[in-house]
Design a protein around this ligand. Structure first.
Ligand SMILES: Nc1nc(=O)c2c([nH]1)NC[C@@H]1CN(c3ccc(C(=O)N[C@@H](CCC(=O)O)C(=O)O)cc3)CN21
Ligand SMILES: O=c1ccn([C@H]2C[C@H](O)[C@@H](COP(=O)(O)O)O2)c(=O)[nH]1
Length: 277
């Protein structure tokens, strides 16, 4: 994960100190890109211990279309608690947009001469799977969590906003555009989560896993993460682990927590840090 260390160092060297929505203050750099080839191993940061359980359950939760934190809490995952309302709801966040992106469908009926519309929704994940199957050379294999009409109703507008799959040379590649990136806490989760999604998609569509390309807008280190980042950068990255998926799972929606196994993960100790709300 030298790429990740290089990004942290670049922000320290070239970033600008700025204020932010949470009032914490950050050092920010705009526009970064890294490429993680699955052939090099599973990109799980080794210079601090990551809570894999949170990452896996969060992704499985997105894929079901769920937007209430109850499933996460029932599985010992607390990373979304700060943003949930008293019923555990987050509003129409990731899962909702991935599986039920709201749409209006025009009907043939009219009322006072105006066309009538009915409420409908788009299952972007099912569409993606269908498109990979029927037009694997497509340049339109896109999933968007960014829905401008719904942003005001979300507990937090999506940070990982848009992703694209590309089948090239028999491999399945995935690129994410992340508009805002908490480099110390969020980004190691985001890299692992989308790489896991890439491996899952590759398995169920029959392609070889390719590269995860991570494109970032506002890449920031919070002012209260500086000591933690210095400590992490003083550690030397180790060889990457592998993520093993149960080869019997043939549908993206059938994966369960027990179907994933991380091999050869030997991280340095965890580094605690406060999350900016
Ligand atoms: N400021 C901020 N940063 C984020 O990364 C972030 C948000 N807000 N809001 C929404 C989600 C929630 N995410 C989070 C929230 C907390 C941790 C965190 O505290 N991680 C600890 C371990 C906690 C655990 O897994 O139980 C870590 O050491 O990585 C990570 C990602 C990512 N997102
Ligand atoms: O998956 C995620 C979710 C959130 N973040 C970070 C990025 C920012 O630090 C905050 C969001 O604040 P905004 O003011 O809405 O940009 O959460 C992340 O890195 N990864």
């Amino acid at each position: 994960m030298q790429q990740y260390h290089d990004q942290l160092q670049l922000i320290l060297d070239k970033g600008e100190r700025t204020i932010d929505r949470t009032g914490t203050g950050t050092t920010s750099y705009f526009g970064l890109q890294a490429r993680y080839s699955m052939a090099d191993g599973f990109p799980l940061v080794t210079t601090k211990k990551l809570h894999l359980r949170s990452i896996m359950h969060e992704l499985l939760w997105f894929l079901t279309g769920d937007t209430n934190v109850k499933y996460l809490q029932d599985n010992g995952v607390s990373i979304w608690n700060e943003w949930a309302d008293e019923n555990g709801d987050l509003g129409p966040v990731y899962g909702h947009q991935w599986r039920r992106f709201p749409a209006l469908e025009k009907t043939n009926e009219t009322l006072n001469g105006e066309p009538l519309f009915i409420a409908n929704s788009v299952d972007q994940i099912q569409n993606l799977l269908d498109m990979i199957k029927h037009s694997p050379d497509s340049r339109r294999l896109m999933v968007s969590a960014w829905n401008p009409a719904d942003v005001p109703n979300m507990a937090l507008p999506p940070c990982h906003t848009l992703w694209q799959v590309k089948i090239l040379g028999g491999k399945l590649h995935l690129q994410l555009y992340q508009r805002s990136a908490d480099m110390f806490l969020g980004v190691p989760f985001n890299i692992a989560s989308y790489s896991m999604l890439l491996l899952m998609l590759a398995q169920v569509t029959g392609y070889e896993p390719g590269d995860f390309v991570h494109s970032i807008g506002d890449a920031h280190i919070y002012s209260n993460h500086m000591e933690q980042v210095e400590l992490q950068l003083s550690r030397k990255p180790k060889p990457l682990p592998q993520l093993r998926l149960n080869p019997d799972v043939k549908s993206l929606f059938d994966f369960k927590y027990e179907d994933f196994e991380v091999l050869n993960y030997d991280p340095d100790p965890m580094i605690k840090a406060p999350v900016a709300v």
